[in-house]
Design a protein around this ligand. Sequence first.
Ligand code: BGC
Length: 738
Amino acid sequence: MTFRPFAHALLAATALVAPIDAQAQVQAAAADARAAALVGQMTMEEKLSLLHGTMPLPFFGDTPIPEGAIPGAGYVPGVERLGVPALKETDASLGVSWVAGLRGDGATALPSGLALAATFDPELAREGGAMVGAETRAKGFNVLLAGGVNLVRDPRNGRNFEYLGEDPLLAGVLAGESIRGIQSNRIISTIKHFAFNGNETGRNFHSTNIGEAAGRESDLLAFQLAIERGQPGSVMCAYNRVNDVYACENPTLLSDVLKRDWGYEGWVMSDWGAVHSTEALLNGLDQQSGEQLDREPYFGRLLTEAVAGGDARYVTRVDDAAHRIVRTMISTGMFDDQPQPGGVIDFDAHAQVARRVAERGVVLLKNERDLLPLARTARNIVVIGDQADVGVLSGGGSSQVAAPGGPAATVRIGGENAMGPFSNALYHGSSPLAAIKAEAPNATVRFAHGRYVSEAVGLAAKADLAIIFVGQWTTEAVDVPDLSLPGNQEALIEAVARANPNTIVVLQTGGPVVMPWLERVPAVLEAWYSGAKGGEAIADILFGDVNPSGRLPVTFPASVDQLPRPVIPGIDQPSAGLVAMGQARPSFPVDYTIEGSDVGYRWFEAKAARPLFPFGFGLSYTDFAYSDLKVEGGDTLTISFKVANTGDRAGVDVPQVYLTESPGRSQQRLIGFEPVSLAPGESRTVSLTADRRLLGNWDTQRPGWSVPVGDYKVFVGTDATSPRLNGEARVRASRIRP
Ligand code: BGC
């Protein structure tokens, strides 16, 4: 699918973006003409019917599930008379969601978004997206509510596991590639949640406030890069307000930035329960999703009344919105090739995709005495904690995936708030214990669930090695109040580490956690939520079948005091949870002007704060050396250097290039990265060209990007705080349209 006005933006951007060819332009024009002809034949009632839909789940007594709808997130009837198909929508980026088993089927779970981001690998993102998209189609859905790309501004955000980290380039590139993969199945993907939806606490009420330049240089840039690469058919606007105006009726975001500046020609659908007025249509929203969750049928009865009232602005926008929806159906290929339920899914092959992402995304954080990879001579191993006998943890909420046959274990978390009944930690049936046993057939491997510290300590004291699995379950709609490991897990680690000096901690977390126990243990792996084959992937890394290559896509702070907002705004208010959708409640501010575009590592650098682990960090079982740096200037920077594997194992390295200083601005930015797979002794030259928007600054006076003439300093490093090669070059002045 091609959005023609992007051609300008694409020409302005650099090599990161594929050029639009003439054939694509012809196809776009044809889709346009065909959509215009179809919409031209529609009655007003038919057009209006495309602009709102329901959530086809049996929770809403007064809304029957429409015939032909598949239990899932959304359904918008088509126009049968003209052969326009219904939209059948399911969540989400990590797999076709489980919807509490209501469909009676399951799906392949990808590892979390942060695990994918930790691979720094656009190809894996595309492969993962293609896999999830194939399952979406096989189940008869034609829209996947994927593409979560909100930047991690707060490590306690309950949905960080659905997103792709704190950096706009990394998140934008990976989200774009994942969307490309999804849409390669001739279905539509969204990108979400537009925009600045960085916390779940009070998400339906709070206002994230940010200045224009800071917004364009951070979260909006992630969306822009992802939209250019992935060309998602739809953008889902967010629950929160932005600068006091609800995101789903925010003319600056929807009409000015998205549709005018970026030339976006897909359609904007609301998040479920995020619509607050019929005027939202005039401000850029095209479709009300899951309308039972809103207070009023804003795009149903109320919009019909507004149109009947004769206000021409509504009539024009109804035509435009209907056109956008139909054209997108055509240009993604879904119009002429409708998915049918009951498609065959090769679950074994898909599980291997999930496994590859997990293997590449696990981050080795600490490895003293080269304790890892584990020696196969270990005779007594104890595995402790977090349901490691059955499976690996997953994140909760609308993106929850479970395998066919359901979760391997369900642990009730509960709580008083509206999310309480839905708060269950689900485990995918991929047992790390079984995988470890398979790797060490000659060892005695014991298991302790870890609820009793004395029992775990007793087993650890007699073992050669103790491997502790610890978990932090996070979910949509709720932030975690702090960065500790819940329950007795920190005490468990301390006690086991005292009993056994060879204690390895495997973290299964939604995002960063603090590690007061870090000094006491020799080895730590961050396994995130590791998906359908997480147990096997973790064991592969522990035993060295796979050399770890994950790099942190998010800074791990030493404490919440280092964050721009040490206390989560609104955390003291009664939790609103799911029922809050559609309710009116007083707004409260979340002040993003504190950090502005200095999100994550940039904030730490600006404050000279030392994180626990920096962005980009991750160890390997081999060593890499960098040399031969060349930095070329001109219109942009082209950086080339040599990476060599100087150790004795094959491995993947992820060299990263950071800008540290531009004329008049000293500020760190990731401007390039590339995963490089090298055999022992092998070396390769990497060459990266910076997108000029990453060098420039947003100019509020003459809206657009301005790249000032002068010297630009960069380093090639192993993470955001570890330069290995330094260089600089002169860049010419230029401007780039918004
Ligand atoms: C979430 C969206 C999701 C939608 C439909 C909302 O609560 O924020 O990400 O796509 O529900 O399930």
